[in-house]
Design a protein. Structure first.
Ligand SMILES: NC(=O)c1ccc[n+]([C@@H]2O[C@H](COP(=O)([O-])OP(=O)(O)OC[C@H]3O[C@@H](n4cnc5c(N)ncnc54)[C@H](OP(=O)(O)O)[C@@H]3O)[C@@H](O)[C@H]2O)c1
Length: 210
């Protein structure tokens, strides 16, 4: 697949590395596509990666990935252009600026705001409930981390399920996009356990069933 990734930090960089290694083409959409840091990242990933403007990356891509800080997300979406009909993976978490908690929630979610900023896009919330360390490697012995995915468009969710499975996560369909109201607090729990409770980033949530 041809994947546009908006944001080239911990999440964007890690997802790009993994998908490119799996044979997908990744194009970073960046405010500074020629920056030293991004040039080095593209060179490290190799032939399957490139960087351009945010609008340029989105042109013709099969899937668009939002991996921006929450405070930059609305502006990034505006820079992406018309997203009608496009599959958009929202990896963001609507964190307060000091990371002390979620800025919104319970009766809406970041994902639903993203949908409002990108009318007509097929928004799927995914890859927000675990750290980028687990995106690099979700395996814990024989087990793997569960990745919750939610969205209102079944076909888009299918595409995202394929891409998330390719990262070696076990995918759990959490239902409609409004279930992001539960996924975003789940991300906050992961952050709390990792950084306030001192468990560190090598932890992950796994759904067990019987
Ligand atoms: N870190 C994690 O483990 C983790 C896990 C799950 C979800 N998340 C969520 O994923 C999102 C990204 O997290 P991150 O840790 O990857 O952040 P990060 O390392 O700070 O990277 C964010 C990237 O967004 C781009 N960006 C920054 N300001 C921007 C703006 N005003 N307009 C457009 N792009 C801008 C930058 O790329 P350019 O300089 O190339 O534009 C930057 O590299 C956040 O919402 C976070 O809550 C993070």
């Amino acid at each position: 697949m041809d994947i546009a990734i908006i944001g080239s930090g911990n999440v964007g960089g890690t997802l790009a590395r993994r998908w490119a290694a799996g044979g997908h083409t990744v194009r970073f959409g960046s405010r500074n596509p020629e920056s030293e840091k991004l040039t080095a990242l593209v060179a490290e990933i190799g032939d399957n990666a490139s960087a351009t403007t945010i609008a340029g990356a989105c042109e013709g891509a099969d899937v668009l990935v939002l991996a921006t800080p929450w405070s930059a997300t609305e502006d990034a979406i505006t820079a992406m252009g018309d997203l009608t009909g496009r599959v958009l993976i929202d990896c963001t978490n609507p964190l307060k600026d000091d990371l002390s908690g979620l800025a919104i929630g319970t009766d809406t979610s970041g994902a639903e705001l993203v949908q409002g900023w990108a009318p007509g896009a097929r928004v799927v919330k995914a890859l927000n409930t675990t750290g980028s360390t687990n995106m690099e490697n979700p395996a814990y012995g024989a087990d793997t981390v569960t990745m919750f995915v939610c969205g209102d468009d079944a076909e888009a969710k299918g595409v995202v399920t394929e891409l998330v499975s390719a990262l070696d996560f076990e995918v759990c369909d959490a239902g409609p996009l409004s279930a992001a109201r539960y996924l975003e607090p789940t991300a906050m729990l992961w952050i709390h356990l990792a950084y306030q409770q001192g468990l560190g980033p090598n932890i992950g949530f796994r759904l067990v069933t019987r």
